[in-house]
Design a protein around this ligand. Structure first.
Ligand code: FNR
Length: 191
């Protein structure tokens, strides 16, 4: 069974990306994955600063997230788009997790052999698609295999029911295609 970490790029209470992440987490479970759905509001970490990397290693919240990356086979990133790119929260999480904690640790250890899937949601007409272009590029550059399939939920402010489900079956189908591709690729890489 593949293990998938689901990581929203917004800590906002009513975040559309957190809602989309919850929908995807359910579909991942149905696709046979073991899922760890993170709420960034629960693991608030400081803004990255090399001076904070003291002798004891990473700050506790960064350590928690890095451990989660190490423990999972795949990561489903669900990120809003801020000014045509990913959120500072998402970049901050990616940067902290990229750091080594000792000289023996290979660089980018938490990203080695990992597979990523990409989702975004925005009230706008592009659904955060431009942010995913940057996210794909960043992850590719640090050695992550990013599945070609991705989905951006447009007009997100009117797309969820009160209980957090997606209203449109076409949108559900699109999210399902992304999570199934992620599980398939992660399963193959796991051997
Ligand atoms: C935005 N938003 C936004 N939306 C978009 O589609 N393209 C963009 O470039 C931007 N830029 C942007 C910048 C900043 C600083 C903020 C705060 C917002 C709107 C954004 O998609 C909207 O606030 C979403 O609701 C954010 O995602 P969550 O928090 O709902 O998951």
């Amino acid at each position: 069974m593949v293990k998938v970490l689901v990581l929203p790029g917004s800590a906002r209470r009513d975040s559309f990306n957190k809602k989309l992440a919850a929908v995807a987490a359910k579909l991942l479970t149905e696709a046979g994955a073991e899922v760890d759905l993170v709420d960034p509001a629960d693991i608030r970490m400081p803004l990255f600063d090399q001076d904070l990397e003291d002798a004891e290693g990473l700050p506790a919240p960064a350590k928690v997230l890095k451990e989660k990356f190490l423990a999972n086979d795949a990561i489903l990133f669900v990120s809003p788009e801020y000014n045509s790119s990913i959120t500072p929260l998402m970049k901050n999480m990616i940067d902290w997790v990229s750091r080594s904690e000792s000289d023996d640790e290979p660089s980018l250890a938490a990203y080695r052999g990992k597979v990523a899937g990409l989702l975004s949601a925005s009230p706008g007409a592009l659904g955060g698609l431009r942010g995913l272009v940057h996210l794909r590029s960043i992850l590719g550059n640090i050695g992550v295999t990013v599945t070609p399939k991705q989905f951006s939920l447009t007009g997100a402010s009117s797309k969820f029911t009160d209980d957090g489900s997606l209203k449109d079956s076409g949108d559900v189908k699109s999210v399902k295609a992304v999570v199934e591709a992620l599980v398939e690729t992660a399963t193959k890489l796991k051997g």
